[in-house]
Design a protein around this ligand. Structure first.
Ligand SMILES: Nc1ncnc2c1ncn2[C@@H]1O[C@H](COP(=O)(O)OP(=O)(O)OP(=O)(O)O)[C@@H](O)[C@H]1O
Ligand SMILES: [Mn+2]
Length: 269
């Protein structure tokens, strides 16, 4: 009778690359020596891998982790459409304990990898702001849809290219996104006009900012109004990322370098 190894060999047969998620050094060495394409995906390149993809966040959810790793590998041209990859990851605490075979598909490239890995602000700050926007989109403000605009990163420059619409409730305060209390505050203030400005490290610098970036060279989909236009334009004028919740269509969009990089429906998130 065939052994379990024979039955499961199909899982890794003829793969174009192996993606090792946070491997130990000794585990990586075993792969590195046998010549196939091996990509290490981890928060840091502790194993000195030749081919390395930065995983900007730990991702408790393994499917999300794998999706991010593959998108990062696609962005770095290490894998491409149609490739078969074996992803080796740790699901329980401890070493590599799972193999997931995936066919690389352009469909999974959402732009989210680039957004997290290549923004000036810390990835966890982008994630936290993103989560507030998604949650606001799901719940609205007392049941009514709300819009919101968050400009994250390069806050000094963003402040120079904007003006206050009202007193700044975050003046002299040292509050950071991700803190549960802050999320309640942000939701409360999102009823009012203007943008939130958040620093690279997540400090909320200001609410109620009216953005005044130069709008030339900004190419965003037709039909989006002033909130989206000003959010997109500020990311061309500064090194920031804009995360925008639309009051009219309920979608969360992210802009970088003046371009739409991600569009997500909070209801499907
Ligand atoms: N330059 C700006 N800076 C900051 N906030 C702005 C700016 N322009 C508009 N806003 C904010 O966006 C709100 C909605 O404006 P508008 O309807 O034109 O935007 P929109 O892109 O269509 O967004 P939505 O999809 O939410 O309606 C305004 O009430 C204001 O709070
Ligand atoms: Mn509008």
């Amino acid at each position: 009778m065939a052994s379990l190894t024979d039955h499961l060999a199909d899982l890794v047969a003829d793969v174009d690359a192996a993606l090792l998620f946070s491997p130990t050094s000794s585990f990586y060495e075993r792969f590195a020596d046998d010549g196939g394409e091996v990509v290490v995906v981890a928060p840091d390149n502790d194993v000195d891998a030749e081919t390395f993809v930065d995983l900007p966040l730990p991702f408790d959810n393994v499917k999300d982790r794998i999706r991010f790793g593959i998108e990062g590998a696609m962005d770095a041209d290490l894998v491409s459409e149609g490739d078969e990859v074996a992803c080796v990851a740790s699901v329980f605490d401890g070493g590599s304990d799972a193999v997931v075979r995936v066919t690389v598909d352009e469909e999974i490239r959402t732009g989210i990898y680039d957004l997290f890995a290549n923004s000036r602000a810390e990835p966890s700050v982008i994630r936290d702001v993103f989560e507030v926007a998604i949650e606001l989109g799901q719940k609205g403000q007392k049941g009514k849809p709300v819009g919101a605009l968050f400009v994250v990163g390069d806050a000094g420059k963003v402040m120079n290219k904007s003006r206050p619409l009202s007193y700044n409730p975050f003046e002299k305060s040292h509050v950071h996104v991700g803190d549960p209390i802050v999320n309640v505050m942000l939701k409360e203030f999102s009823r009012l006009d203007g943008a939130f400005v958040v620093s690279d490290s997540g400090k909320i610098v200001s609410a109620y900012r009216y953005l005044e970036p130069a709008a030339e060279g900004v190419d965003i989909p037709k039909g989006l109004g002033a909130r989206h236009m000003s959010g997109a334009a500020i990311t061309r004028d500064t090194n920031s990322t804009a995360i925008v919740l639309s009051e009219s269509d309920g979608l969360v969009r992210a802009f970088k370098a003046g371009e739409l990089v991600l569009e997500i429906d909070p209801e499907e998130y």
